[in-house]
Design a protein around this ligand. Structure first.
Ligand SMILES: *[C@@H]1O[C@H](CO)[C@@H](O)[C@H](O)[C@H]1NC(C)=O
Ligand SMILES: *[C@@H]1O[C@H](CO)[C@@H](O)[C@H](O)[C@H]1NC(C)=O
Ligand SMILES: *[C@@H]1O[C@H](CO)[C@@H](O)[C@H](O)[C@H]1NC(C)=O
Ligand SMILES: *[C@@H]1O[C@H](CO)[C@@H](O)[C@H](O)[C@H]1NC(C)=O
Ligand SMILES: *[C@@H]1O[C@H](CO)[C@@H](O)[C@H](O)[C@H]1NC(C)=O
Ligand SMILES: *[C@@H]1O[C@H](CO)[C@@H](O)[C@H](O)[C@H]1NC(C)=O
Ligand SMILES: *[C@@H]1O[C@H](CO)[C@@H](O)[C@H](O)[C@H]1NC(C)=O
Ligand SMILES: *[C@@H]1O[C@H](CO)[C@@H](O)[C@H](O)[C@H]1NC(C)=O
Ligand SMILES: *[C@@H]1O[C@H](CO)[C@@H](O)[C@H](O)[C@H]1NC(C)=O
Ligand SMILES: *[C@@H]1O[C@H](CO)[C@@H](O)[C@H](O)[C@H]1NC(C)=O
Length: 820
């Protein structure tokens, strides 16, 4: 079927973006050695002689000051990219440059001049003639004897153009979302002599089995006369499509971010109202493709086009993804990224025998013609729809029940399913089942209904709080002091206000306050009460100089390099702009002569270290909450704040607890501030023994994955309520090794011995343990990002079984290093 369907979503989205047609050409034809381009608002490009293609920096829509070094169409108003550089990290900042250097490479540099990428030219550095943006859309680097030593056509991203070929070793990879140019989860490649589309596992990059086979052969050809076919060395070919009038239309074949390989066309003659239309797409119905494969061959093709807990609905060639009732998109801006439960399954809803507490708070929403072919754990027949619902309602583990749409005769099969759901499909024509989603009634409270045993819980909580109070004298002291301070302030508030005089100055940009050294000396009563001492300095308790009655923690930095004046302000501003529920808030700072101090909000319940390793074991629920809070805080530091922050010293001493035991990460941003070397690569080993990732000991650059490692170690400590190294525990001395041993031998209970609450929730223990083992993988690439960790802890993503975290050769090294 050849259908020219208008691609409306895309056109609306991109029409408002840039008009390349207006962009001036920097050069046409040959690009000589030494030429360069600069990422700025001039949008200069190196044009092809027919003016149809431009090579240069393209602004990324919706992202201020971010550019892509790319090849795009220069004559059409829609920003359409056909190739871009540096696939692993394609976004560059304003002020980046690309230069065609004498030795025959294209070199991309960031605004500070650091090299980000260079073309993998086949050259020894001599005999380079020139580079050129060709009329076909191929950017080439040419040697003196007229051979191409590099071509963009040989290094494709997600698109192939007429005159381009894809060979056996080559592949196309999709974007990860409509405007996210990172590598996504789909590939087009040759596998075992066939051209296939497949998903990859996002943790390891390994391919799943192909979900669509386009034909056998050894190279994909899009030839000059517009034929797309798969060629074979014996001369036979499999025709895929024959385009019409290639001289009048632009054609491109793109592996779209939602997993469909699509041949698009666009009229070259301007007539108004043009847009890219779909000429042909493979496969034509992605949702059904996945469903059919799943029904026939099982779950070996990945999680489907829409992600977890989401329903795929065919909509012409491009699937629609929707969330079932009671679920919403994980990322509102990316409908293909999966859904999460609005009110996650709560262990408090379950009684020890697995039945639901407070059944009457739930109801069912039905979605007809829909199925999730996997995730069922309970199947019974014969059943009526009512029986099916009743069974799911009473079963605390049940998230949805599936019942045939057409059979209501009491002789049907009922399936009960758990989260996460995947490969969900809705199709009126082919799916004969109804999904019954168990959702909380709109007015129902999340709280467990009153039970006669409620008092028991309260008593436990009271014992816990008392225990913490008595167990940690510092906290006890603090409470008494706080009480005295409060009384003091209430009585003398007026006088104090007179004494302190003017409020402190404020930085309007960050809302941080500047304090004088005198202010802080006064606030801490002459740095009288030390409450902590860390790698960066000493922490004192004080009263806020600007907000009467509030307590603050004042950190006096002692290791700060004297000459780093400007850097101190810059870094403090970065910290000041970092706000998250799970981060300790910076209130202000002092930067006066040799004095450098940071003023933070005060955390009532001390550090996680004293909480976790104190006399009384904290409750399992509290520990779960703390773990998830820390994960969220780290996700924010790594991915969501304006400037990525690697903590470098995640450990229980650096996690503080506020009055409601919410976990808050402290000391973030300090690693960078106090690092001697300005690069983030090899410096002295930072961090604390036992928690530092193995790459610190190697000569490799460190990344956010060092924090993931430390988080993993700490998660094990949270599970087991013990320190990561306890020499007297002999074979169990190193927690990471002991935990993996218990996991691999199926003796998870051993890790939580004597912990009733955890043993009763052994499924959760196992889940956390698996997450922790993923995090402490010695190979940083294997560790998940904190975002994935957060999703796993929330149950939005299934946790696959982790491999052994230790590389055998370095196991003994690790042991000796952690024992230092
Ligand atoms: C370059 O592109 C940007 C973003 O679309 C646009 O705002 C700007 O006007 C363009 N500059 C020129 C000189 O065309
Ligand atoms: C580009 O350079 C080559 C070799 O120097 C030359 O043969 C060719 O004519 C040049 N093309 C243009 C458009 O200047
Ligand atoms: C460069 O060109 C010279 C003369 O044309 C030739 O002798 C030499 O082998 C060439 N070098 C390479 C690496 O091709
Ligand atoms: C041109 O030079 C490249 C190396 O610069 C060499 O590999 C290639 O064989 C040469 N081709 C011809 C036709 O001389
Ligand atoms: C882009 O996609 C990558 C890979 O899926 C992801 O890690 C990154 O967070 C995404 N970026 C944005 C801004 O969503
Ligand atoms: C392109 O391939 C088709 C076969 O699919 C063939 O008929 C045609 O001649 C080819 N055109 C060129 C220019 O090679
Ligand atoms: C060429 O090879 C393909 C696949 O290997 C095979 O299907 C086809 O029959 C062969 N054609 C000829 C003419 O040998
Ligand atoms: C798919 O989504 C679009 C926009 O959200 C909607 O207009 C369309 O009706 C949907 N198609 C189907 C088959 O549900
Ligand atoms: C119910 O199904 C069983 C087995 O499929 C069949 O033998 C029986 O006749 C069915 N009963 C009714 C009432 O349809
Ligand atoms: C209350 O707890 C006791 C022991 O913990 C248990 O035997 C009893 O069944 C519980 N009562 C209710 C109503 O849950």
């Amino acid at each position: 079927m050849i259908a020219a369907l208008f691609h409306n979503h895309l056109s609306k989205l991109v029409l408002s973006t840039i008009l390349l047609i207006l962009a001036p050409a920097e050069a046409q034809g040959n690009v000589t050695v030494g030429r360069s381009l600069y990422a700025d608002d001039r949008n200069l490009t190196w044009r092809s002689r027919n003016h149809e293609f431009g090579f240069g920096f393209h602004p990324i829509p919706g992202k201020k000051d971010k550019f892509l070094l790319a090849i795009g169409y220069a004559q059409i108003p829609e920003r359409t990219i056909v190739w871009y550089a540096n696939r692993d990290n394609p976004e560059t900042d304003r002020g980046s440059t690309v230069e065609f250097i004498e030795s025959g490479y294209l070199v991309l540099r960031d605004p500070k001049g650091r090299e980000l990428w260079r073309s993998r030219s086949v050259t020894d550095g001599s005999n380079v003639s020139h580079a050129a943006m060709l009329d076909t859309g191929n950017f080439v680097i040419v040697s003196r004897n007229s051979t191409n030593i590099w071509e963009s056509f040989k290094d494709p991203t997600d698109t192939i153009l007429p005159n381009q070929e894809l060979d056996v070793g080559g592949s196309l990879s999709s974007l990860s979302a409509e405007t996210n140019y990172s590598k996504g989860k789909y590939q087009l490649r040759f596998d075992g002599g066939s051209l296939v589309l497949n998903q990859i596992d996002m943790f390891t990059g390994k391919p799943y089995e192909g979900y669509s086979n386009l034909g056998t052969g050894s190279h994909l050809v899009f030839n000059e006369s517009g034929s797309i076919h798969i060629g074979n060395s014996n001369g036979s070919l499999v025709a895929l499509a024959q385009t019409q009038r290639p001289e009048l239309n632009y054609y491109r074949a793109t592996l779209d971010f939602y997993g469909v390989f699509t041949l698009y066309s666009y009229p070259k003659t301007p007539g108004g109202g043009e847009s890219w239309s779909v000429f042909k797409a493979w496969p034509t119905d992605l949702c059904s493709t996945f469903l059919d494969l799943a029904n026939q061959r099982g779950n070996r093709f990945g999680i489907g086009p829409c992600g977890y807990n989401s329903i795929c609905e065919p909509n012409e060639w491009r699937p629609n993804c929707t969330c079932p009732a009671g679920f919403s998109f994980l990322d509102e801006k990316n409908k293909y990224g999966g859904c999460k439960q609005d009110y996650p399954n709560n262990p408090e809803d379950c009684s020890p025998d697995g039945s639901t507490i407070g059944e009457d708070r739930f109801e069912f929403k039905s979605i007809s013609f829909t199925n999730f072919p996997f995730s069922d754990y309970g199947i019974f027949v014969p059943a009526t729809e009512l029986e099916c619902k009743q069974s799911c309602l009473r079963d605390c583990s049940c998230a949805v029940a599936i019942f045939p749409t057409s059979r209501k005769d009491g002789n049907a099969t009922c399936f009960k399913k758990q989260l996460p759901l995947f490969n969900g499909v809705r199709n009126r024509g082919t799916v004969d089942s109804t999904v019954l989603v168990k959702v909380l009634k709109p007015d129902a409270s999340r709280k467990k209904p009153e039970t006669p045993n409620q008092s028991n819980d309260n008593r436990d909580r009271l014992v816990l709080i008392l225990g913490v109070l008595l167990g940690t004298s510092a906290v006890f002291n603090f409470f008494s002091l706080a009480a005295i301070a409060l009384i003091f302030f209430c009585l003398f508030r007026k006088r104090l206000q007179d004494l302190h005089g003017l409020p402190s100055r404020r930085d309007l940009e960050t809302n941080l306050q500047f304090f004088t050294y005198k202010d802080l000396e006064h606030a801490t009563n002459g740095f009288n009460e030390e409450i902590g001492r860390g790698a960066f300095g000493t922490v004192y308790k004080g009263e806020s100089p600007s907000s009467y009655g509030d307590l603050v923690a004042v950190k006096k930095l002692d290791k700060f390099a004297q000459d780093g004046e400007r850097e101190f302000k810059t870094e403090v501003k970065v910290i000041g702009q970092t706000h998250h529920k799970n981060l300790v808030r910076l209130i202000g700072y002092c930067d006066e002569a040799e004095h450098r101090l940071l003023v933070y909000e005060f955390m009532e319940n001390g550090s996680l270290s004293s909480f976790l390793f104190g006399v009384l074991r904290p409750s399992w629920q509290q520990r779960l909450q703390i773990a998830s809070g820390i994960a969220k805080g780290l996700t924010y530091l790594h991915e969501e704040c304006s400037k990525q922050i690697i903590h470098c010293d995640i450990k229980p001493q650096n996690i503080l607890l506020d009055e409601s035991f919410t976990a808050k990460i402290s000391d973030f941003g300090l690693a960078k501030l106090l690092m001697n070397n300005k690069t983030q690569t090899q410096t002295g080993i930072r961090g604390t023994k036992g928690y530092v990732a193995p790459e610190w000991f190697r000569n490799t650059p460190v990344s956010v994955k060092v924090d993931v490692y430390s988080f993993g170690v700490m998660l094990l400590e949270i599970i087991c309520c013990r320190r990561c190294v306890e020499v007297e525990m002999e074979e169990a001395a190193i927690l990471t090794e002991w935990a993996f041993q218990c996991y691999s031998e199926g003796m998870i209970r051993k890790l939580v011995e004597n912990d009733e609450e955890a043993i009763n929730d052994v499924g959760k223990v196992e889940m956390l343990l698996k997450v922790a083992i993923w995090c402490v993988q010695e190979e940083p690439m294997l560790r998940p990002s904190m975002r994935i960790v957060t999703m796993m802890l929330e149950g939005a993503v299934q946790v696959p079984s982790p491999p052994c975290p230790f590389l055998l050769s370095s196991m003994s090294m690790l042991v000796s290093k952690t024992m230092i």
